[in-house]
Design a protein around this ligand. Structure first.
Ligand SMILES: Cc1cc2nc3c(=O)[nH]c(=O)nc-3n(C[C@H](O)[C@H](O)[C@H](O)COP(=O)(O)OP(=O)(O)OC[C@H]3O[C@@H](n4cnc5c(N)ncnc54)[C@H](O)[C@@H]3O)c2cc1C
Length: 420
């Protein structure tokens, strides 16, 4: 009896020691690996850990130790934000129970259910979430490849590229030309290029008022077009010239070596050229074999689960889901639905019907904010817009200021929701 009791006590002691060893603890729990610590990936990692209260083993793999938001990066170009205000770390996510690994995921073996990292580590998973954002389609703009981004930056993944573009704008000669090659559909942040034109115009108006902006666009129409055009006319008359597809905007060639853009056979010298190329899902999604010919990854509209593999979820820009724009707001909204679905799948937690939301704010000039947004619900075919709204032309200054102030609250709120 005494011996048994001693053994029992010894067993408890040994058991406690084992329980505090994460490997043993980890083996007992379902493992969720998330690739990409941006708007979609960081949100789902945080929510899975928080809402499962330790019942899931959650690992977040992110290539960079610090995330720089694309959202509000145009405001940095306009001089409304400093660069540091766009940067967020992963300490709070780690403190919330997520294992954060700073490394690049290089391969997914769907049969073995493993992810391989550039550093050599191999991680097993029960469910895998991919939220790797976008990559660029080589050859989508004649004369430009990723190797030219140091001369003609895209600044469409925020970080050093955004800082380079700002330095280039600041170094423009008086009366110089800023050109942008806008991307074809579909791409990340539909109003993003046009908000950027507005913010560059704002900065130039203060520091280089005789400068010109050339917007070369392959699309017939674009997001919030009437609002942007009204704003450019009001704040920057004569500064912005848009060359649409009818004028050769869909067949531009760029020459990084001579800083020229060639439109309709005519070469023009420019001082800055912001090339935003055609886009596709972040490369790891294709390596995992979950993308379609379109370059994006089809998902079930009610859960964001991949249509190719029941153990994989795809969030944010990489997903092909229907009507939602590729935005940080959308990725964050989708991540919460996916977190609920994965907890239902692995832990039997209750799953409620999916409802998604998005709003995209844009700043046209100081205190002149506009927005477009919608509520979304899944249909059997896609995530469908069920109710939408958009700012109107001719709105008064007080409403535009209130809309801008709303966007400041949104940025503070969503970055806290994503990163803790
Ligand atoms: C100029 C601009 C302005 C914008 N403004 C807004 C706005 O006002 N509002 C809004 O809602 N959205 C805005 N967006 C869009 C928004 O930034 C994206 O839609 C959003 O970030 C998408 O989230 P995501 O999780 O899909 O990808 P991301 O946030 O890009 O995250 C992807 C992450 O995955 C990592 N990664 C990729 N591959 C790997 C790998 N193999 N291994 C490890 N890590 C990997 C990347 O380093 C990155 O951190 C804007 C975008 C731009 C360019």
């Amino acid at each position: 009896m005494t011996l048994n009791r001693r053994l029992f006590l010894g067993g408890v002691a040994a058991g406690s020691a084992l329980l505090s060893a994460p490997m043993v603890l980890g083996q007992a729990k379902p493992r969720v690996v998330v690739i990409g610590g941006g708007a979609g990936g960081a949100t789902i990692a945080r929510y899975l850990a928080k809402d499962s209260k330790g019942a899931l083993d959650v690992t977040l793999i992110e290539a960079n130790p610090i995330y720089t938001t694309c959202f509000f990066s145009n405001l940095y170009l306009g001089g409304f934000r400093d660069f540091e205000s766009l940067q967020h770390g992963y300490d709070k996510i780690a403190a919330g129970g997520v294992t954060v690994i700073t490394d690049m995921a290089t391969a997914v073996d769907r049969a073995a259910k493993t992810v391989t990292l550039a550093g050599g580590q191999t991680l097993g998973y029960d469910r895998l979430v991919l939220s790797p954002g976008i990559d660029f389609k080589e050859g989508s703009v004649a004369g430009w490849s990723l190797a030219d981004a140091e001369v003609m930056p895209h600044a469409y993944k925020a970080g050093p590229q955004t800082q380079l573009l700002k330095r280039q704008i600041e170094a423009m000669p008086q009366g110089g030309t800023f050109a942008m090659v806008a991307p074809p559909n579909p791409y990340r942040c539909p109003p993003g290029p046009y908000e950027r034109i507005s913010m560059v115009a704002w900065w130039l108006k203060q520091h280089n008022p005789t400068a010109k902006i050339l917007l070369i666009d392959p699309k017939d129409k674009y997001s919030k077009q009437a609002l942007f055009e009204e704003g450019w006319q009001k704040h920057y008359p004569g500064m912005v010239e848009r060359i649409g597809p009818d004028m050769g905007g869909n067949a531009v060639e760029v020459r990084p070596a001579s800083m020229e853009v060639v439109i309709d056979g005519e070469a023009e010298k420019v001082d800055v050229c912001n090339v935003i190329p055609g886009q596709m899902a972040g490369k790891i999604a294709a390596l995992a074999g979950v993308t379609a010919d379109s370059g994006w990854a089809p998902v079930h509209p009610d859960s964001m689960k991949s249509k190719t593999d029941d153990n994989i979820w795809v969030l944010g820009d990489s997903s092909a889901q229907g009507d939602m724009p590729k935005s940080g707001f959308s990725a964050n909204s989708q991540a919460k639905i996916a977190a609920m679905a994965i907890r239902g799948d692995l832990l039997g937690a209750k799953v409620f019907p999916a409802k998604y939301a998005n709003t995209c704010w844009s700043l046209i000039a100081a205190d002149d904010g506009v927005k477009v947004g919608a509520a979304y619900e899944p249909t059997p075919e896609k995530i469908a817009s069920v109710q939408s709204f958009i700012s109107q032309t001719g709105e008064d200054a007080a409403l535009r200021k209130a809309t801008y102030e709303e966007s400041l609250g949104w940025y503070a709120g969503i970055t806290a929701d994503i990163f803790g």
